[in-house]
Write a protein of this length. Structure first.
Length: 339
């Protein structure tokens, strides 16, 4: 489908809902990243999402709903704890994997018997979904493999001409995709770290298993529970090396190894060390929430330069730091060195 892309004003809820109802593709703002939305009950509309992104067919989509009241329509055997989590974290950056009902098309779940459910913390998007009266299937609004978009402009960079419109809801307040927790297994399992932290989940759920794909590269014959976690992701054109360790040690390590034609992603206080090189600060070392807001922008920026290699500082795994570290490590193909 090739239709001129328009920008909607945030108050144009009816227009956005109409695009969804007629099977179109709509860029939607959320608190995490921009999504590429379509009617999640319409297999043909969902197929267009895969085409526009160049997304592998075996990578399922999540459904966006305006409230937890919609869970029963699409999910079977919903455990009480799903409502506890929804009460605590919805609307917000949490996707729950639940058993699906037959109402959910195979195109959405890639044939799995489960479906990811999320209620985004963005009033305009929730209003559009409610007005459309259908759940919205939406992956991140990037071309497959590229960093996720955290502004309407970033999304247009990848999707201009491939979608019917985009709702500009301003910059994303979280900046990395939602936390995914699988509630169909015991103990519940963290499949992707995000804005709702592992510590917050544990406070509600008790023990939470962490899928190995969160922290390391999966082998050829291993299958992460979130199919999307096996693909190379978020990768700028230049290779990335993540430098682990105390911020000052990592900063010095990069300074020593930095060559002509290389770029740096660093904590803001270390910018002066790298004068003369392309540098993207991602926020103070002690502010992983700010790092989350800036990490995808930083990765995108280097594609406008001709750097041949990128060194990246990385927060420790506490709180939302786990999500920032996961995105940087994935962008680096888990090429990690110790300072
Ligand atoms: O924050 C977000 O979640 C954003 C915004 C737009 O809501 N969406 C998003 O969607 O990040 P996407 O498609 O880029 O990532 C969804 C991930 C993929 O890795 C996919 O494999 C996994 O969720 N997933 C979807 N359905 C699943 C299922 N039934 N079981 C396990 N993993 C699933
Ligand atoms: Mg994505």
């Amino acid at each position: 489908m090739s239709v001129k892309t328009e920008k909607f004003r945030p108050d144009q809820v009816a227009e956005g809902a109409a695009v969804l109802r007629r099977g179109g593709l709509l860029g939607i703002p959320t608190e995490t990243v921009y999504g590429l939305g379509a009617n999640g009950l319409d297999p043909e509309a969902v197929a267009r999402i895969f085409a526009a992104k160049g997304r592998p067919q075996d990578n399922p989509l999540i459904l966006h709903v305006p409230s937890a009241d919609w869970l029963e329509r699409y999910c079977a055997d919903v455990p009480g704890v799903a409502y506890t989590l929804a009460g605590r974290f919805w609307p917000g950056p949490l996707t729950m994997i639940l058993k699906r009902k037959p109402a959910v098309p195979d195109r959405v779940t890639a044939g799995l018997d489960t479906v990811g459910m999320r209620c985004p913390d963005h009033m305009v998007t929730r209003a559009i979904i409610a007005a459309a009266g259908v759940p919205v299937a939406a992956p991140s609004g990037n071309t497959s493999g590229r960093p996720s978009p955290t502004s309407a402009a970033d999304m247009l960079e990848d999707m201009d001409g491939k979608i019917d419109g985009i709702v500009d809801g301003g910059p994303c307040s979280v900046g990395v995709e939602s936390t995914i927790v699988d509630l169909t297994v015991t103990p519940p399992r963290l499949l992707r770290p995000g804005g709702v932290t592992l510590e917050e989940l544990e406070a509600v759920l008790g023990e939470v298993a962490v899928d190995p794909a969160v922290r390391r590269q999966m082998g050829e014959d291993e299958h992460p529970r979130a199919p999307g976690m096996k693909y190379r992701h978020y990768a700028p054109k230049a290779p990335v090396t993540v430098v682990k360790g105390a911020p000052a040690d990592a900063a010095r390590y990069i300074r020593r190894h930095l060559s002509e034609g290389e770029g740096v992603i660093c904590f803001t206080e270390f910018v002066p060390l790298y004068a003369g090189h392309p540098v993207e600060p991602i926020g103070p070392a002690d502010d992983p929430a700010e790092q989350a807001r800036r990490v995808f922008d930083a990765l995108r920026y280097f594609d406008e330069t001709d750097v041949e290699h990128i060194w990246a500082m990385c927060p420790d795994e506490a709180g939302i730091g786990l999500a920032v570290a996961n995105r940087l490590n994935k962008a680096a193909g888990f090429h990690i060195v110790e300072a």
